[in-house]
Design a protein around this ligand. Structure first.
Ligand SMILES: *Cc1c(COP(=O)(O)O)cnc(C)c1O
Length: 410
């Protein structure tokens, strides 16, 4: 926290604005609009932003506004966190998963086109929306995805929850499609303790999202409801934290880029390990997380001993994980060398974690249609996220890379 956060929160209490509206919410939305509308060397955009209680709520409302309802299908990037796809099911619709391409690890535009054509052939109906993701902050091939979306006239909801401040061709991720999702959960690029926002194309859509985010109240002196709404507006206290965080957003992004550049430098001569990087200068990742891939023939000390016990608690000691694992294995899991490196880092007090397990591999989505090419499966088997947060120092990065090197079998 920068101190500015406390000032905005204190103002909220002093002025009696401890509610899900108020000057901090409006101020935070104005800050976000300035940030997302900026374009390098071009006129600013005119997007509007609604601050919400979570990024997941933003996905939910965007899909609702795209007209997604019971029986519909929505094309979702398979390689993602579950919050990209779960809201599709909240609406009674079916997520149809699309695999990634190797350059950005995000939605494969060619496979997207195939998936749309095949869904139309099989169901006689067009999918209602397309949800590409900026996973780990890396920009997707959004120009090509938008081209496919325009060809079939399907709205795009960009999940930029992990990609706040990432840019493609100098334009902020989340501003290319009809809607863009941001998250301010505790572990994201900035935090409001918990929260999110939806980037909207214009004033009319902004009003519509605001209406559904505040219980769909009609303009009468009494409660009058003609639609089902949600209680999704951000609180004025959380928005106070957000306003403070906006003053350090650029610093956070440069820090993440600095951490990534150091990993790149220190890992460049380590055989068998590849750091995920921008595929070309058109891509400008915020490097929210720094990820490495391990060649399958790289030998890590202790790898024959991994996966012997069921894990106690989720990786990262995730809060809220109350179900115990029933087996040490699932059908698809990280390679032995990856798990051995995770354990070695953990023993050295370094928290790393496997890449996100693709949604088409999740038991809860076992019967959903999926268009796959093996890319996200391979990434999940071979990848590891390294520490990259605002508190990671240069010394930490040296220590982390030294620990990685010492874990490799000579
Ligand atoms: C974090 C995240 C979300 C959801 O954000 P919350 O604010 O946690 O609800 C959505 N999509 C992706 C890819 C995320 O990582």
């Amino acid at each position: 926290m920068s101190g500015r956060e406390m000032q905005f929160i204190e103002e909220a209490f002093a002025d009696n604005w401890v509610v899900p509206l108020g000057p901090n919410v409006n101020g935070f939305e104005a800050d976000l609009e300035r940030f997302v509308n900026h374009r390098d060397g071009a006129e600013p955009l005119s997007k509007r932003v609604v601050a919400l209680s979570a990024g997941t709520a933003a996905v939910h409302l965007a899909l609702l506004a795209c007209g997604v309802g019971p029986g519909d299908e929505v094309l979702v990037q398979s390689f993602t966190f579950c919050a990209s796809s779960h809201p599709v099911t909240y609406l009674g619709a079916t997520p149809v998963f699309v695999d990634s391409e190797k350059d950005t690890w995000n939605m494969d535009p060619a496979l997207l086109r195939e998936a749309i054509q095949d869904r139309i052939a099989k169901t006689g109906r067009k999918p209602k929306a397309i949800v590409p993701v900026y996973l780990y902050g890396m920009p997707a091939k959004i120009d090509e995805i938008m081209e496919v979306a325009r060809e079939f006239d399907i709205p795009v909801v960009e999940d930029a929850a992990e990609g706040m401040g990432s840019r493609f061709d100098g334009q902020v991720c989340g501003t290319f499609g009809r809607y863009g999702v941001l998250s301010f959960n505790g572990n994201k690029m900035i935090t409001t303790s918990g929260g999110g926002a939806l980037i909207c194309p214009d004033e009319a859509m902004w009003r519509e999202i605001m209406f559904y985010a505040t219980q769909a109240r009609e303009a009468y002196p009494y409660y009058q409801h003609e639609k089902i709404g949600y209680n999704y507006r951000m609180s004025n206290i959380c928005a106070g934290i957000g306003r403070g965080q906006m003053t350090v957003l650029d610093e956070h992004i440069s820090h993440h880029k600095h951490v990534h550049a150091m990993y790149a430098e220190l890992l460049k001569d380590v055989p068998g390990i590849t750091l995920h990087d921008n595929p070309s200068p058109r891509y400008d990742s915020n490097f929210w997380l720094c990820n490495i891939l391990l060649d399958s023939d790289l030998r890590i000390k202790g790898e024959t001993d991994v996966y012997k016990d069921t894990v106690k608690g989720a990786v990262g000691g995730a809060a809220g994980v109350t179900h115990a694992a029933t087996s040490a294995h699932t059908d698809v899991e990280p390679n032995r060398n990856v798990e051995a490196l995770r354990v070695a880092l953990d023993k050295a007090n370094i928290e790393s974690r496997p890449l996100w397990k693709p949604m088409h591999r999740q038991p809860v989505y076992a019967s959903n249609p999926a268009y796959v090419n093996g890319v996200s499966d391979a990434l999940f088997r071979r990848g590891l996220c390294l520490p990259a947060g605002p508190y990671v120092t240069d010394d930490d990065i040296h220590y982390i890379v030294d620990t990685i090197k010492a874990s490799i079998e000579a």
